[in-house]
Design a protein around this ligand. Structure first.
Ligand code: FE
Length: 212
């Protein structure tokens, strides 16, 4: 009886310790969980990395791509998106549970928008999925503000000198989604075909959408 009671107490304490050690940041919790599963031989870390990469670049940003494509084909929706991003994104059921405000910023031939979180890695998860590693990196976070034109050049995007670059610093409360320009030569495409063209990078502002 005493022995049983001791074991029980020990288990409780052990569970408590594991919980206390898990970081509060969801990304770190996932990392901790991954280490645990890898250690137990339950998962292959390379497979997880491949899956995360697909999620960051392909699956995660699909909701955002649908928002962009709808704004391209539906001028009334575009107006709603630009005046109240969260509400317009909510129309498509992509708001998620985070509850932060999403502001959509429009690229034009004169203005290019670039999104960063200088403080940490705030990102519109419900429309873009997980942030890529470079978005969370210190060099991107500092240089996007100091030298946005140089940063864009490194992403292969060289903007004409007359194009103004606006840098938007995300916070826990307000996150930004870039509405990229619809590329020329897509006049005959439907919403679904257009959505397939929209890349994650174009919605962060480090790329443009091309017709193919
Ligand atoms: Fe942040």
């Amino acid at each position: 009886m005493t022995q049983h009671s001791h074991t029980h107490d020990h288990d409780l304490a052990h569970h408590h310790d594991i919980h206390a050690e898990l970081p509060s940041d969801p990304a770190l919790r996932v990392k901790a969980l991954e280490s645990l599963l890898t250690e137990k031989g339950l998962v292959d870390p390379a497979a997880i990395d491949a899956w995360i990469e697909i999620y960051e670049s392909k699956i995660g940003p699909r909701n955002g791509a649908k928002v962009v494509a709808k704004a391209w084909v539906d001028p009334a929706y575009k107006q709603r998106l630009l005046s109240d991003g969260s509400k317009a994104i909510g129309e498509l059921d992509f708001l998620g549970r985070q509850g932060q405000h999403i502001v959509a910023v429009e690229n034009t031939p004169e203005v290019h928008n670039l999104v960063v979180c200088t403080l940490c890695s705030c990102y519109p998860l419900s429309v873009l999925g997980l942030p890529p590693a470079w978005y969370k990196s210190a060099p991107y976070r500092s240089r996007a503000v100091i030298d946005p034109r140089g940063v864009l050049k490194e992403f292969g995007l060289e903007l004409p000198e007359h194009v103004k670059i606006r840098v938007w610093d995300s916070t826990a409360e307000v996150r930004y989604l870039v509405l990229p320009e619809r590329p020329a030569g897509t006049e005959r495409m439907n919403e679904e075909q257009l959505a397939a063209l929209v890349t994650r990078d174009s919605m962060i502002g480090v790329g443009k959408v091309s017709a193919k």
